[in-house]
Every structure is written in structure tokens, then in C-alpha cells.
Write a protein that binds this ligand. Structure first.
Ligand SMILES: *Cc1c(COP(=O)(O)O)cnc(C)c1O
Length: 463
């Protein structure tokens, strides 16, 4: 019974959660290369949780009732503006994550152009999937620009050619999530500005590392408010600012640009609702936790963490390049290591062999001209693990070669889900080894991938 008739003792409930959590991948320790960002700063979790609990019941719905939250939000926005080269006048909002920041960037751009009946936006195909979600939710058509298969960057001339009278926004990434590649932001922002169109830089992933990497001597191209045509930037604090989940910042160059982001409504008998973001009631917990983390780590702390991350990226990239048959898909210039093979070893088998040794990577499927790849999001906690990874990678590659590539059972991927799961031997839930599933999905066209994974998730998400 999910809701027990009588309440259970606190310790028992916590034990239940502890037991459930043992099935999860490790959030700490530098062995999970996606989803989590671990700085390995002693005491940081405890600090964040104390701060969280101080504000968990505070409601961001009304900053006049809870001025503490207004102060902390403004501090987070101010810190993000400082990190991202914001001139005086930059404003912003704290959101629940990158997706919400991007949804709001698109909504703001759309609503700034009431003269356009059928709004459109332009983005490289490597832009985060959240732009497609925003376009879908907001009724904005998405014009995708191809990227060069070697540099993985779009050409500004292609962006310029795609801008039309109905274009309300041009977007680009600094860097892209999949490959960690920084788009030619200066050139793209220039063509957007020339057409009088807003330009959003999605720095959700790397906005908190690129400026520090630059200070460490890495050649980071201009991507922030130093670029004149950039009108808004998003940066996730729950990524490389190492805050607990649920916090991102959307910055606008000035207050006027932000104005259409707000939603106000007085046409009902209750309180006048005025919201800068999608949620109305929202917890102060993530905001207070982020406030504590940023102020505790500080500028010099982030510089040191970026240095450790850089060292880890270099070590991992060298380990990959040392293996015969593996190659980097993109130069490891930011905080991603993304590699591929020519089929030997089979990448999906390799991912399983790494997982069997406690290294959790993120397989990425083939897309257009781009081959399937393995993605590693690298955070500071990875640095002490690099040598162990290198050793295990070599062993895992040998094991993957010995196992050989996946041979798919004769299944029809367009069959109904229960049939498909039975044919793949998955009726009992997720298998230890994902290579067969990944191979099937990799071979499926994107629309079929979407359908299969939605069916599967819906199948899981039942009480
Ligand atoms: C993670 C990410 C997002 C989406 O952020 P969520 O916090 O997962 O909603 C958007 N853009 C980029 C580049 C990202 O890395």
C-alpha cells in the first residue's frame, strides 16, 4: 500500500529510500559520466542540504512575502552575469533547469514579436533537444541547420540563409551537450543582429566552465555577452556550478528584452498572478542551496575545479586516443570527451563492458552523417579516476572485441511494445547489458526511436 493506513516511523521510511537508492547509479565518485556533476568538495553536500532545508517551504510565488528569496535570486542572477561577461543592465531569472530556461528564452522571443503570425526559430541540429520541446510546446517552427561532419559546427552563412521574416530567434550552443563543441557564436550573433533577430546562447552545459577554462589558458572563442548580438544566455547551476538539481539561470542583456517573459493575469477573483517563470508556486530550496554553493566555492574555487576538470578531460582523451580502434569524434576542448569507433570494437558492447567494470558512460546513436558515439560528461571528481579508467578502458575494449558485435534477433522494431520486449527478452525489465537494445534503437529512424522509448517509459511509469 503506497499510502499506509497509519504513518510509519521516520527511520523506517528513510530506510526504505536508502534501500531504493542502492539500485541507482553512483552520483558521486567520478564513475558516472552523465546526469551528475560531482566536484568532490568536502562538506559541500551537507552545506547545500542545510541551506535547502532552511528554505524548502518558502514560496517563490511572491517575493514580497518572502524577500529572502528575492535577495538570493538576484544574487544568483548577478553571479551568472558576472561569470558570463554581463555589462551593467543584464537581468535574469532563476528557473528549475535548462529546459525551462530554453522554453522561456523561446517564449520571450516569440511574444516579443506579436506581429508574426507563424513564428519560427533557427538552430543548429546539434542544439539541445529542449529547443525542439520548446518549439513544440510554444507553436514555433524549428528550422534546423546542419553541422559540418568534421568540425560539428554550423556555418553562420547557413544560419543567415535560414533567417526569414518570421524568424523570432536564432539559437546556438556554447558548448553543445553531445560533443562539447562551441558554435561560432560571434558570427551567428552577427547575422542574427543584422536581421534584427534575437540570439540566444545555450550555455546551460558549459556556461560555468568556459570562462574559467579561458582564464586557465584554453582557447575559448567569444560566446558570452562580450559578443554584441547575443541577447540572452542560459546557464545551468545544477551542472558545473555544482548545485543540487533544480536550478538554472536565464539572462537577458537588458530589462526590455526580458519583458515578454513575464505572465500576468488579473482576470479571476483570486490573487493577481505574476510569474517570470513556468512554475507559479516554487520551492526556495534549490535557490537557497545554490546560493550557499556559489558563495562557498567562490570564484577561485570554480577556477580550481575547472583546472581539475581540464586535467581529467585531457587524461581521458589521451586514454581514448591510445586505444587502437577508438577515436575522438570532436577535440576534447571543453568538458566532454566524445569518441567513436569504426565498428571494431562495437561501441554499445564496449559501453556494457565499461559498465560491468563500474564506469557508466552515455551511448549516443548515429544521426545523419554522424556515427554512434560514447559521451563522457567530465566533472572535477573524475580527476583522481583517470588512471583507473584508462586501465579498464583497454581491458573493456579487449573484452568487447572478444565478445564481437551485437547480432540482432529477428525483430520488427515497429511491432507493438509487448511483442518487441518479448522478442528481445526484456519482458522482465531492463537487462544488465544494453547493447542489443542500443543496437536496435541505433538502427531505427529517429521517429521510431522516439515512439519506442515513449512506449517503454509509459510502460514503466505505472503505479
Ligand atoms: C542539460 C542541457 C540542457 C537542458 O537542461 P536540463 O537541466 O536537463 O533541463 C539544455 N542545453 C544544454 C546544452 C544542456 O547541456
Amino acid at each position: 500500500m503506497s499510502l499506509p493506513k497509519d504513518g510509519l516511523p521516520a527511520e523506517q521510511v528513510l530506510d526504505e529510500i536508502r534501500a531504493l537508492r542502492t539500485a541507482d547509479r553512483p552520483t558521486h565518485g567520478g564513475r558516472l559520466f552523465a546526469y551528475v556533476y560531482d566536484p568532490a568538495v568536502p562538506g559541500l553536500d551537507e552545506l547545500a542540504m542545510s541551506a535547502y532545508s532552511l528554505a524548502a517551504h518558502v514560496n517563490g510565488l511572491d517575493p514580497t512575502a518572502f524577500p529572502s528569496l528575492l535577495v538570493m535570486e538576484n544574487a544568483l542572477v548577478g553571479a551568472a552575469a558576472q561569470v558570463l561577461g554581463g555589462p551593467p543592465g543584464v537581468v535574469g531569472s532563476v528557473t528549475s533547469g535548462g529546459t525551462e530556461s530554453l522554453l522561456l528564452a523561446v517564449k520571450t522571443a516569440r511574444d516579443a514579436r506579436p506581429d508574426v503570425d507563424r513564428p519560427r526559430m533557427v538552430a543548429p541540429v546539434t542544439a539541445h533537444a529542449a529547443f525542439a520541446k520548446a518549439a513544440h510546446y510554444l507553436g514555433v517552427a524549428l528550422d534546423l541547420i546542419p553541422v559540418d561532419p568534421d568540425s560539428l559546427r554550423p556555418l553562420a552563412t547557413d544560419v543567415a540563409a535560414a533567417i526569414g521574416p518570421d524568424t523570432v530567434l536564432v539559437a546556438c550552443s556554447a558548448p553543445s551537450y553531445a560533443h562539447g563543441v562551441v558554435d561560432p557564436v560571434a558570427e551567428i550573433a552577427e547575422v542574427a543582429a543584422a536581421a534584427g533577430v534575437r540570439c540566444h546562447v545555450d550555455a546551460c552545459f558549459g556556461g560555468w566552465t568556459l570562462p574559467y577554462l579561458r582564464r586557465l589558458g584554453v582557447d575559448v572563442p567569444p560566446f558570452d555577452f562580450a559578443v554584441p548580438g547575443v541577447t540572452s544566455i542560459s546557464v545551468d547551476l545544477h551542472k558545473y556550478a555544482y548545485c543540487p538539481k533544480g536550478v538554472s539561470v536565464l539572462l537577458h542583456r537588458d530589462e526590455e528584452l526580458r519583458r515578454p517573459q513575464y505572465f500576468g493575469y488579473a482576470g479571476w477573483p483570486g490573487y493577481t498572478m505574476v510569474n517570470p517563470v513556468i512554475s507559479s508556486t516554487r520551492s526556495g530550496g534549490p535557490i537557497a542551496a545554490a546560493y550557499a554553493v556559489l558563495r562557498h566555492i567562490g570564484d577561485s574555487g570554480y577556477l580550481a575545479l575547472a583546472g581539475r576538470t581540464r586535467e581529467a578531460v585531457r587524461g581521458l582523451a589521451a586514454a581514448v586516443s591510445d586505444v587502437d580502434g577508438l577515436r575522438l569524434l570532436a577535440p576534447a576542448e571543453t568538458t566532454v570527451v566524445c569518441f567513436t569507433s569504426d565498428g571494431d570494437p562495437d561501441l554499445f558492447v564496449l559501453a556494457d563492458e565499461l559498465a560491468a567494470r563500474g564506469w557508466h558512460t552515455q551511448p549516443q546513436f548515429a544521426f545523419g552523417d554522424l556515427p554512434a558515439s560514447i559521451h563522457l560528461t567530465v566533472a572535477a571528481a573524475v580527476a583522481p579516476q583517470v588512471a583507473a579508467f584508462a586501465t579498464d578502458l583497454a581491458v573493456a575494449v579487449d573484452a568487447a572485441r572478444a565478445a564481437g558485435p551485437v547480432v540482432l534477433p529477428p525483430v520488427d522494431p515497429s511491432a507493438p511494445l509487448p511483442e518487441l520486449l518479448a522478442a528481445l527478452g526484456l519482458s522482465g525489465g531492463l537487462p544488465e547489458r544494453m547493447a542489443t537494445v542500443n543496437t536496435l534503437l541505433n538502427a531505427a529512424p529517429p521517429a521510431l526511436r522516439e515512439r519506442l522509448l515513449i512506449d517503454f517509459l509509459s510502460h514503466l511509469q505505472r503505479p
